[in-house]
Design a protein around this ligand. Structure first.
Ligand code: PGA
Length: 249
């Protein structure tokens, strides 16, 4: 397997830059002990510049948690792709379920994928069903998120695109998906992307997110057939996140 990619999604934490710097210090230290993984930190946007300016050239890269699809202009409260890129991000989360819950549509994610790629940012398209029933309807839901999200992405851009599958029911809590279930979903996601692009669809990295922790991380990477993890609440708990990285040694 290629070098696993671990994205730390700090969400709206911590509350001060001072704490954010401390958290980054510990994250950097923990990451430096593990060879063969890549760590990307997605802090709140206001911390991007002050954090990223000190770690250029380091093993840690940065992501923005959400960015607007317009490139400039009268969009109060929004941030552009070029702005986050200039602040030190090279990845951007697109379509996180918490952003979708505030009204983001599949079509918005499509536009953001296009603007991200033209700003030379790596988009991480987040997909995942809200609930699961045994009718298998969630496959259609995820397929639609992927098909619309990728609609403006060219085949040549695929090496720079990541998909993070995060079933909403597994986010932030105790309930998590089993690596076996993820294995099935990884195959499904791959099938959808290869259906859109043919063999080059294999270049897209697939991550798992949803209560990823120090116990399930290694089994998920090993048996879930994923290229990495998107970690939420555990990524702001220094002890647990260090243990998670350690478990991947
Ligand atoms: P969680 O969040 O790890 O707290 O479940 C993951 C995410 O929402 O990206």
């Amino acid at each position: 397997m290629i070098k696993p990619l671990i994205i730390a999604n700090w969400k709206m934490n911590p509350q001060t830059l001072r704490e954010a710097k401390k958290l980054l210090e510990v994250t950097k230290k923990a990451a430096s002990k593990i060879r063969n993984i890549s760590v990307v930190v997605a802090p709140p946007a206001v911390y991007l510049f002050p954090l990223a300016k000190d770690v250029r050239g380091n093993r840690i890269a940065f992501a923005a948690q959400d960015v607007y699809f317009e490139t400039e202009g009268a969009h109060t409260g929004e941030i552009s792709m070029r702005q986050v890129k200039d602040a030190g991000a090279n990845h951007v989360l697109i379509g996180h379920s918490e952003v979708r819950a505030r009204g983001e549509t599949n079509d918005d994610t499509r536009k953001k994928m296009i603007t991200a790629l033209s700003a030379k940012l790596i988009p991480v398209l987040c997909v995942g069903e809200i609930t699961r029933t045994n009718t298998g309807e969630y496959f259609n839901f995820v397929s639609e998120q992927l098909t619309t999200g990728f609609a403006g992405v060219s085949q040549t851009a695929l090496t720079h695109v990541i998909v993070a599958y995060e079933p909403v029911w597994a986010i932030g809590g105790e309930e998590t998906m089993s690596p076996r279930e993820m294995h099935e979903m990884t195959i499904f996601i791959r099938k959808v992307i290869v259906g859109l692009y043919g063999a080059p669809g294999h270049k897209v990295k697939i991550l798992y997110g949803g209560s990823a922790n120090e116990e399930n991380a290694a089994p998920m990477l090993r048996d879930g057939n994923v290229d990495g993890l998107l970690v939420g609440h555990v990524s702001v708990d220094t002890q647990r996140f260090s243990a998670l990285l350690e478990s991947l040694k």
